[in-house]
Design a protein. Structure first.
Length: 323
């Protein structure tokens, strides 16, 4: 299994991965993008920024990289970087299918991505990912599964995914929305020929929404690899936007609020990888300080009290502007 390679990495940053959602396309919903990215955000500018981040992450021990078909040209940027870094054979690559990028390289667009979890979309996007990443694709996940997704019940799709798994690619899924736990538990029950189909689960989990925690613990206990996304709640747990309680703990520890927010996730024993969505190398450096955070019981309790009702959290996320 590809994630066994990560288990062999013993650096403090081995459990932190780099996600390219914020730098693979000009528009995204993270706070502070006007500050973090160049004004024009041309393809070549974001390619250079992606490579700068990948260089810095690799040099500091990060070995998991997360992309998706809907992240603009993120797969392309990563493929170019891998081709130029033949020594980086120990990097584990995860991508996702199920959303199609539709913004046409614009920050403001009527639609940024469209969702379709059908077998036809899987076949089309698998070919697109393969064309770019070739045999470097280690993990292929269904993107943002919710309990009503046909991907949980489509037997033909399951057979196609199992066939991909037989080729050596790990099959997983990411989940989204206030009912993440329900989607996770439904995915754990999916089998093909008596074997579990989904080997990894990627979910949103952070100090503002940790409702999926028990289901993710169950997934870990069932032998699945757990990947955490949006640990900084799209920038709501970083910098000046961070809640006062988080900034207070960060001040006590002499760390950034973003590092403490990541540490809150890393403390969970069932987390295999937590993603940094850094848009700058300075942000990445701060994120990689997360293993240094000493979160005692009192600090964990103070951070846990930040939790919002999941439906309120996801409503707020849906209101964040693409910028």
């Amino acid at each position: 299994m590809s994630f066994a390679r990560l288990a062999a990495v013993t650096t403090p940053t081995a459990r932190i991965g780099l996600g390219l959602a914020a730098v693979g396309r000009p528009g995204y919903i993270n706070l502070g993008r006007d500050r973090d990215l160049p004004g024009d955000r041309t393809v070549e500018e974001l390619r250079a920024r992606s490579h700068e981040l990948l260089d810095a992450a690799y040099a500091q021990g990060v070995r998991y990289v997360d992309v998706a078909r809907s992240y603009g040209r993120a797969e392309e940027f990563l493929a170019d970087w891998l081709a130029a870094r033949p020594e980086a054979t120990d990097v584990v690559v995860g991508s996702k299918w199920g959303y199609t990028y539709t913004a046409g390289w614009r920050t403001q667009a009527p639609s940024h991505e469209t969702k379709d979890h059908t077998a036809a979309t899987f076949e089309r996007q698998r070919a697109e990912s393969r064309e770019l990443l070739g045999d470097r694709l280690d993990l292929y996940q269904i993107h943002s599964v919710t309990p009503d997704s046909p991907a949980l019940t489509d037997k033909d799709l399951h057979e196609r995914l199992a066939a991909l798994g037989s080729e050596g690619v790990t099959v997983g899924l990411s989940v989204s929305g206030p009912e993440q736990a329900e989607a996770i538990r439904a995915a754990l029950a999916v089998e093909v020929a008596g074997q579990p189909l989904f080997r990894t689960v990627q979910a949103t989990y952070n100090a503002l929404d940790h409702a999926a925690g028990p289901a993710l613990a169950e997934a870990h206990s069932a032998g699945r690899t757990v990947i955490v996304k949006e640990a900084l709640a799209n920038g709501r747990l970083a910098g000046d936007a961070a809640p006062e309680a988080l900034r207070a703990v960060a001040g006590e520890l002499g760390l950034g609020a973003d590092a403490v927010a990541l540490a809150f996730v890393l403390r969970a024993p069932w987390v295999s990888v937590v993603l940094s969505g850094a848009a700058t190398t300075a942000q990445l450096a701060s994120h990689l300080h997360a293993p240094l955070a000493d979160l005692d019981e009192d600090r964990v309790e103070r951070l846990s009290r930040l939790a919002e009702d999941p439906r309120a959290y996801w409503r707020r996320r849906a209101e964040l502007p693409w910028q």
